[in-house]
Design a binder for this molecule. Structure first.
Ligand code: BG6
Length: 488
C-alpha cells in the first residue's frame, strides 16, 4: 500500500521527540508499509538532504536502543522528503499538491503537528488546493481548543471539509500498551466483570505523575495548565476506559459510543463541589533526585505571579447503575515525587473478618502505565509471619501480590504509543482516536472549573517540587475515609 505522510510542523518539537523516532521504530520492525513517503513541511528553506541531515542529528537525543545505525538511517532517509511552506500562503499549498500529485499514493495522511491556532487555516487551505480527497486522512494533535467554544469551532471547520471518518484526533494515552491491555483485561476476560461495579469496588484512583517541570514549554504551559493539558484529555480517557460498559463489538464507533456515555454521566459540578472536590496546586522550588530545582514561577517564559496550575486532584462520580456512589479520584501534576502513571482499583474489604489483619483493607488491582507496564493484584495470604501467627490465637495475614510485568513478558515486541497510533492512521483504524462529540463532552465537563478558577483570586496552592502535591489533596480523599495509594 503506498502512502504519503505529510508532517505539518515538520521541524517542530513533536516531530523530533515523538513522531520521527516512532516512524523509525515502525520502519525498523518492518511494520511501516513499504512504498511510503514521509514529507516534512516547514518554513525553512531546506533541501531533502538537509532535512534528512537535521533529522539524523536529532536522533542523538533518542534512547540508544532506539537510535538508527548509519546504515539503517540511510535506508530510512530514502523515504524522507521536505517541502517548504508558509502555512498562511495559499500558493504554497499548490506546491504541496504538485508533490503529492507526482505519486498519487493510495492514502495521504496530513498530520497537523502545529500550533492549534493554525488548524483551521490548514484545513481550509487543504480543501482550497483540492487536497481533501476521499483518500486523505487528517491527524490533529491536542490541545484542540482551550475551551468548549474553541473546540467546537475547530471541529466545525474540520467537518466542513472532511468526514468524521477521515479525522484522527490523537490522545497518545490511548496508544499506550497498558491502556490497550486494560481493554483486553476488561472485555477479553470474564473474570473481573462481575466484580466491576459499585457492590465490590470502594473507589478508583487515576494518577498521572511527572517528576519533570515544564522544561522549555513555560510560555505554552502558561496558557494551558494541568487541567487542559492532562485532565480534559488523558485522564478522562483513562476514566472512560475503566468505567465504560462493554461495547457491542470492537469497532471504533461502538467503543466511542460507550466512552461518550461515561463522559455524559459524570456528576455535574455544583457551587459546593467546585470548592470541596477539586484541589489545584503549583510547584514551588524543591528537589529532584537530590538536586535543587526552581519553582514554576521561576521557569523561563512564566509570569512570576502566575496562577496557572501545575497540579490538579479531583473527585468525581459516574452517575449510572454500575457506579453510583463510587468515588473516582483523578490526580496529575508536574514536579511530583516520581514519574508514575497508574490506575488503582480498590475493592471493598471482606464483609466479615475472621483473620486478624484483613478486616479494614480490601484487595487492590493496580494497572501500571509507566514507567512499569503491567498489572498487580494485591491479595492477602499466610506469608512469612506464619510461624508467628501460629503462636497467636488469631491468624495474621500478610499482603502479597501477583505481578504481571508486560515488558518482561513481551519484551522488545512492545509497540510504543506513537508508533501504534501512526500505523493505525495509515491503516485507517479509528478505535484509538477520539471522536468530536467525546472531546466536546470532556470540555463541557471541565469548563465550570475553568470559570471558577478564573474568578478565584486565591490561585493555586503551592507545593514543594518532589512531593505528591498540596496536602489538601490528601485531605480531600481522607474526607471519604480513603487515602492515596502511596499513603496506605
Ligand atoms: C502531553 C502533555 O500530552 O503528555 C505534556 O502536553 C506531558 O505536558 C505529556 O508531559 C506526558 O506524556 P507521557 O507519555 O510522557 O506520560
Amino acid at each position: 500500500m503506498s502512502f504519503d505522510l505529510v508532517l505539518f510542523g515538520g521541524t517542530g518539537d513533536l516531530v523530533w521527540r515523538k513522531l520521527m523516532p516512532a516512524l523509525f521504530q515502525a520502519f525498523r520492525h518492518g511494520t511501516l508499509p513499504a512504498g511510503g513517503r514521509i514529507i516534512g513541511v516547514g518554513r525553512d528553506s531546506l533541501s531533502h538532504e538537509q532535512y534528512r541531515a537535521l533529522i539524523q542529528s536529532r536522533f542523538d537525543k533518542v534512547d540508544l536502543a532506539k537510535r538508527p545505525s548509519a546504515e539503517e538511517f540511510e535506508r530510512f532517509a530514502a523515504i524522507l522528503e521536505f517541502v517548504r511552506m508558509d502555512l498562511s500562503k495559499p500558493d504554497d499549498y499548490a506546491t504541496l499538491a504538485a508533490s503529492l500529485q507526482e505519486r498519487k499514493a493510495n492514502t495521504v495522511v496530513m498530520y497537523v503537528a502545529t500550533a492549534p491556532s493554525l488548524f483551521t487555516t490548514v484545513c481550509e487551505q487543504l480543501a482550497a488546493a483540492g487536497l481533501n480527497t476521499p483518500h486523505t486522512r487528517v491527524v490533529l494533535e491536542k490541545p484542540l481548543g482551550h475551551d468548549l467554544a474553541s473546540n467546537r469551532a475547530i471541529n466545525h471547520t474540520v467537518r466542513r471539509f472532511f468526514d468524521e471518518k477521515q479525522v484522527f484526533r490523537i490522545d497518545h494515552y490511548l496508544g499506550k500498551p497498558a491502556v490497550q491491555n486494560l481493554f483486553a483485561l476488561r472485555f477479553g476476560n470474564a473474570l473481573f466483570e462481575p466484580l466491576w461495579r459499585r457492590e465490590h469496588i470502594a473507589n478508583i484512583q487515576i494518577t498521572i505523575a511527572e517528576d519533570l517541570g515544564v522544561e522549555s514549554r513555560g510560555s505554552f504551559y502558561e496558557t494551558t495548565g494541568a487541567l487542559r493539558d492532562m485532565v480534559q484529555n488523558h485522564a478522562l480517557q483513562l476514566l472512560c476506559a475503566i468505567g465504560m460498559e462493554p461495547p457491542i463489538n470492537a469497532h471504533a464507533d461502538a467503543i466511542r459510543d460507550e466512552k461518550l456515555k461515561v463522559l455524559r454521566s459524570l456528576k455535574p459540578w455544583t457551587t459546593e463541589t467546585l470548592v470541596t472536590d477539586v484541589v489545584r496546586g503549583q510547584y514551588a522550588s524543591g528537589t529532584r533526585g537530590g538536586q535543587a530545582v526552581p519553582g514554576y514561577r521561576e521557569e523561563p517564559g512564566v509570569n512570576p505571579h502566575s496562577h496557572t496550575e501545575t497540579f490538579v486532584a479531583l473527585r468525581t462520580e459516574i452517575a449510572n447503575w454500575r457506579w453510583a456512589g463510587v468515588p473516582f479520584y483523578i490526580r496529575t501534576g508536574k514536579r511530583l515525587a516520581g514519574r508514575d502513571a497508574r490506575i488503582v482499583v480498590n475493592f471493598r474489604p471482606t464483609p466479615h473478618a475472621i483473620f486478624q489483619s484483613s478486616s479494614q483493607v480490601g484487595n487492590q488491582l493496580v494497572i501500571n502505565l509507566q514507567p512499569k507496564d503491567g498489572l498487580e493484584l494485591h491479595l492477602f495470604a499466610q506469608g512469612q509471619n506464619n510461624r508467628k501467627a501460629r503462636a497467636s490465637a488469631a491468624q495474621t495475614l500478610a499482603p502479597v501480590q501477583l505481578d504481571l510485568d508486560f515488558d518482561k513478558r513481551f519484551g522488545s515486541e512492545r509497540v510504543g504509543a506513537y508508533e501504534r497510533l501512526l500505523l493505525d492512521v495509515i491503516d485507517g483504524r479509528l478505535n484509538l482516536f477520539v471522536r468530536s462529540d467525546e472531546q466536546e463532552e470532556a470540555w463541557r465537563w471541565v469548563e465550570p472549573l475553568i470559570h471558577h478558577w478564573a474568578a478565584d483570586a486565591q490561585g493555586p496552592r503551592p507545593y514543594a517540587a518532589g512531593t505528591w502535591g498540596p496536602s489538601a489533596s490528601s485531605a480531600m480523599i481522607a474526607r471519604d475515609g480513603f487515602c492515596w495509594d502511596e499513603e496506605s
